[in-house]
Design a protein around this ligand. Sequence first.
Ligand code: ADP
Ligand code: MG
Length: 368
Amino acid sequence: MAKVVDVELQAVFKRFGSFVAVDGIDLTVERGHFVTLLGPSGCGKTTTLRMIGGLEYPDSGNILVAGQHLSADLGAARPTRMVFQNYALFPHMTVAENVAFGLRMQKLPKADIATRVREIIALLGLTDHIAKYPRQMSGGQQQRVALARALVTRPRVLLLDEPLGALDLKMRKHMQNELKKLQREVGITFVYVTHDQAEAMFLSDSIVVMDQGRIVQQGTPADIYRYPQTAYVADFIGEANILPGSFDTRQGDEGSVTTALGVMRGSIAAGFQPQAQQRVLLSIRPEHVLLGAALGGADFAAIGKVVDLAYLGGVSRVGIAMNGLTLHADCPGLFQGAEGDTVSFGWKAADLRLLAHDDRFSDGKGDA
Ligand code: ADP
Ligand code: MG
């Protein structure tokens, strides 16, 4: 079956005064996909989402939704709906009235409105709350009403801006499950915004990582985690030890690097062409730092000192210092050792990513 593109951004720029909030973004979202814009506060996620929703206009570039340029004011016929963190429900309307509102605006026959409202309210498990007012409901329930209100109009694309941000951790986890199930059931394209990398990993078919108004990497959660192309992505998604070094030579997809811990080989990120003596960064996940008896098969090994220890349940996180650098290792179960112990550590070259230098990650403190 041919791929249908629901959202397309071509070289989209947006400035506020002289500040560039969105700095030339190209993005394609396929029909039925759950795509998440991920990045720290201020990187341009909301501005991008609002432009897709037609609430903000780019200074240059094109935005197409369902193949149509988003130039005309489409009003109630616009192909997107937006869900916000603060629910934005009408306080003086019941659940049923809130959900029916968009359909009334579209002047649908009363009987059709009643049927569609009943269906979507059942889908979201709100049937028992249909006559309640927003203030009589929990945050999670209110957000479900906001979702019902957006979905009842059958938008081509649903835009969600940190919709779970106001909920406590337990309710957020619960709603993450619900949202994922709901998206599969309705089959509508979701473009989701969050700064929470774990949430993005859990929910998304595809993650779009943003940094200062730009897209720096896009891929499946597994791709982004296993093959980060920059230190920024390695650091932002999951945990990473980041070491500075100087590039020596290349052998195929691997390169050799001189660091404060010694010379080691790492796997060069796709597209990166380091030159001899160039400053580079190396990234290794804590679960890939092997300790003691687990070191068999490692391509690099050294001896350090245990400087901190934490039991996280399931794994122990061990801080290891050597030559002014501190690294963290996650080892399964309870670590058999104590602070001050000497420990051998190391890794496989295939688990060490060789990345371009970035001033933000070259302080040599290792784990961020
Ligand atoms: P995010 O959602 O990733 O936190 P935003 O898209 O809200 O980021 O904002 C990106 C940048 O643009 C921020 O530095 C923010 O202060 C700025 N910005 C957003 N909206 C406006 C506005 N209406 N006027 C001026 N600056 C804005
Ligand atoms: Mg935002």
